[in-house]
Design a binder for this molecule. Structure first.
Ligand SMILES: [Zn+2]
Ligand SMILES: [Zn+2]
Length: 342
């Protein structure tokens, strides 16, 4: 049975399950428009998740075939996974920010061997031990893994512009950090229960009530630009705090109010984490060594393989921020490169 919640003012949410994931579900929002429902995100590409989405739409008095459009907060498979099936069923358009649309195109066109060799080179440069890198040299892509053939969007979400939702005012707010093309969507309409503040904000994974989103690197084998995703993320947090929405409708967990307070908590969290890392860098460390010393939700030797790669990316994102702030620097001539506090 689908769990559907009516948020008032022509907005409902459907809990679409994510299989084998502690997050449990994605909240897919159904926004009524004059031309039929528009979805904000679609959920994980899995038969049971699809059935739940269809049941949820039926409980909303509609059906997948009636969907007018799909607005995607970011390209991750728990958000964009079912978009292709929704479009097949309805002919709906799919809108996404250009930076995430580029990742979708790259994912569709890049041979898996190229990804594995790119990852192997990156991990080598980060100081990963040979035992960790070796599996990538022989890895083969499982043909059924979700997320490797994401649907190509057909519309671009342009930051600052209103989306084409007949009868509604939904504005795109670019919030890079979790991904380079993450967007929040600001529903510029009075809150249905008259809560104080400016409208409602669909926040995707950018602003969640109880967890901090993963901030890693914008992995791109064809781009050697040294980006600063954590810096982007912190700036994007301040951007959504300034909107002072009456209520935040995130893609996981539950809705909440007082976005500026939640933003302050997250800014404080990252500031204290950067300070902790700065102290660890009293001794020069590779990104791998730093990740081993950082605090995670379990001891390092119990972190599974794939999650370690995510942890390394997170350590590198923090290192880049420290370097950008002038609080750390690469040790000249070190290989693999080590970083030290300044
Ligand atoms: Zn995500
Ligand atoms: Zn997510």
């Amino acid at each position: 049975m689908a769990t559907v919640y009516d948020h008032g003012g022509g907005v409902r949410s459907i809990q679409v399950p994510i299989p084998d994931n502690p997050l449990g579900h994605t909240l897919v929002y159904v926004v009524d428009t004059d031309r039929g429902p528009v979805l904000v995100d679609t959920g994980w590409d899995d038969p049971a998740s699809w059935d739940t989405l269809a049941e949820g739409l039926a409980a909303c008095g509609t059906a997948p075939s009636e969907v007018h459009g799909v607005v995607i907060t970011h390209h991750h498979p728990d958000h964009h996974g079912l978009s292709g099936r929704v479009r097949e069923a309805s002919g709906a358009w799919i809108a996404m920010h250009a930076a995430d649309a580029a990742i979708v195109r790259r994912t569709r066109s890049t041979r898996p061997e190229r990804w594995f060799s790119y990852m192997a080179a990156k991990l080598t440069a980060a100081g990963a031990p040979e035992a960790h890198i070796a599996p990538l040299r022989t890895a083969r892509r499982p043909s059924t893994l979700p997320g490797f053939t994401p649907a190509d969007p057909d519309r671009e979400i342009v930051p600052g512009e209103l989306l084409d939702l007949p009868g509604r005012r939904l504005r795109a707010i670019w919030t890079p950090g979790h991904t380079p093309g993450h967007v929040c969507l600001h529903l510029e309409e009075d809150h249905p229960a008259q809560l104080p503040g400016q409208g409602r904000l669909f926040s995707g994974d950018h602003l969640l009530p109880e967890i901090t989103p993963h901030i890693g690197l914008y992995e791109d084998p064809d781009d050697t630009t040294v980006t600063d995703p954590l810096g982007d993320y912190l700036a994007s947090l301040e951007r959504v705090a300034r909107l002072t929405p009456a209520e935040v409708l995130p893609a996981h967990q539950h809705t909440f109010t007082d976005a500026p307070a939640r933003v302050r908590q997250l800014l404080t969290h990252h500031e204290s984490r950067l300070t902790d890392l700065h102290s660890l860098l009293a001794t020069p460390l590779t990104p791998w060594q730093l990740a081993e010393l950082m605090e995670w939700n379990r001891p390092w030797d119990q972190i599974p393989y794939g999650s370690r790669n995510i942890a390394i990316a997170e350590a590198e994102a923090h290192l880049r921020r420290l370097v950008k702030l002038g609080r750390a620097e690469a040790v000249a001539g070190s290989e693999p490169v080590t970083y030290v506090a300044v």
